[in-house]
Design a protein around this ligand. Sequence first.
Ligand SMILES: [Zn+2]
Length: 137
Amino acid sequence: MSDNNWPDPARPGVRSYPWAIKGRCQVPMWMGGTPSGFCDQPAFGVYIEGPTFRDGWTGEVRRMDGKWKGYSGGLCCPNHSGPNEFGPRVFQDGWSEGGRPMWCAVFHDFINLQESPAEFDERPWEAIQRLEGKKDA
Ligand SMILES: [Zn+2]
């Protein structure tokens, strides 16, 4: 894991640790087919991807957990599949050997890899599942 601070999407020009970023949900909202600002709810990290399936009736790709699925370039509130304030969060940290984004899952009070549990996976939901297993152990 790199020690570099990351650009904070909520504060242009500011860099902070990716697990400590807080701000407002940046999911665009739409009204009558036109952009209508952003969701703007409190957000505690970026979108957390979940397992998906293709709906055989509509052809639409949906999340198996029923959570919101969509594109956000920045922070997501819990309603838009972002982390809860005191829940686990993920951030991209490098790339897998297959060239896919590698995700690191940590708890909200993460300090560093020496003192705090963390899990890595190409599938962020898998990393979170293993991380939560550590908490219960
Ligand atoms: Zn939102």
